[in-house]
Design a protein around this ligand. Structure first.
Ligand SMILES: NC(=O)c1ccc[n+]([C@@H]2O[C@H](COP(=O)([O-])OP(=O)(O)OC[C@H]3O[C@@H](n4cnc5c(N)ncnc54)[C@H](OP(=O)(O)O)[C@@H]3O)[C@@H](O)[C@H]2O)c1
Length: 294
């Protein structure tokens, strides 16, 4: 493909890695975000897709591919609560789709998350799943040239990722209590995820769906242990029932930053399928054991 890659949310953890990967391949990339304070980097174009939809159509050109990465974490209660998930995952996506279609392009990629499904009770899962339905409907209504793909990453890790920042904080303690979460995940390093996505994005035809999974199958506490044990932090696993009660209470009292979505996350099947060519990918436990914590 010769057009530009417009990365909505291209300054975030995954978006910045994807931008680097595409640029390293000599491709033209435009990152778009609000440019919020404390962001890792400034975008090429500053637009709030929720509140400034009228500014979007001038960004796109025929031949562009659009990757929608703007999203909110399921692990932190955003200011504005469930409404914010609807705004960023749905209102913003709708505005970007409309603007892209008005410029005659529908080579469109939505970055969702592995295991989310409607009816799981979490605002994150509900809105991500509804966003995928919206994308499919837009692709079905588009001209024959329309192409749409949903990308479903497992947990992304790397220096500065949300999960590693949390583990880094925990590693300052001698002992940490951890919830027992039965679900298994296949964490993938952000650089591997960006490379895999770039390979697929630059092919002529997009598949309808792309899972991004890493080479190792782990439970959350195995993942935590792989990071914490080499740093001398011991873990105490909380019984499942106590975990559920604590999560309920944290959601109910609406603690600032409370993990409101955790209850759904406890049941989330985030394992997906093993990746192709696993031998080429970074293994979480190896990576976690050699990285130096600050
Ligand atoms: N990280 C993971 O482990 C993981 C796993 C599965 C799926 N995902 C999905 O992958 C996507 C990217 O995740 P990430 O970890 O890179 O997230 P992130 O670091 O929080 O980045 C989010 C990006 O969206 C932009 N953004 C947020 N609100 C916006 C708005 N109203 N208008 C324009 N831009 C906006 C942010 O920049 P500004 O704040 O400057 O606007 C930032 O560039 C998300 O959809 C996430 O759900 C992530």
């Amino acid at each position: 493909m010769t057009g530009r890659y417009i990365l909505i949310g291209g300054t975030g953890f995954f978006g910045a890695a994807l931008a680097r990967e595409l640029r390293a391949r000599g491709l033209a990339v435009v990152t778009l975000a609000r440019g919020s304070r404390g962001a890792r980097q400034q975008p090429d174009v500053c637009v709030d897709v929720v509140h400034e939809p009228e500014r979007l159509s001038s960004v796109f050109e025929p031949g562009d591919s659009v990757v929608y990465l703007a999203g909110l974490s399921p692990l932190k209660r955003p200011v504005g609560g469930r409404r914010r998930y609807r705004e960023v995952h749905l209102t913003g996506l709708r505005a970007v789709l409309k603007a892209a279609e008005s410029r005659g392009l529908l080579r469109f990629v939505q970055v969702s998350a592995l295991g989310v499904r409607p009816g799981d009770g979490s605002a994150y899962g509900e809105t991500k799943a509804r966003a995928t339905e919206m994308l499919r409907a837009a692709a079905a209504g588009a001209k024959a040239s329309g192409q749409a793909m949903v990308v479903e990453p497992s947990v992304l890790f790397g220096e500065g990722s949300e999960i590693i920042r949390a583990l880094k904080l925990a590693s300052r303690l001698p002992l940490v209590p951890l919830p027992q979460i039965a679900a298994q995940i296949r964490p993938i390093h952000v650089a591997d995820a960006a490379r895999r996505l770039a390979e697929v994005l630059t092919a002529k035809r997009l598949p309808e769906r792309l899972e991004l999974t890493g080479p190792q199958l782990l439970t959350f506490h195995q993942l935590a242990a792989a990071y914490l044990e080499p740093r001398g932090t011991r873990m105490v696993l909380l019984p499942r029932l106590l975990t559920r009660i604590l999560v309920r209470v944290a959601s109910w009292v609406k603690l600032p930053g409370a993990p409101t979505e955790l209850e759904a996350m406890l049941a989330l099947d985030n394992a997906g399928s093993p990746p192709p060519r696993p031998q080429e990918l970074i293994v979480f436990s190896k990576w976690a054991s050699v990285r130096d914590s600050e």
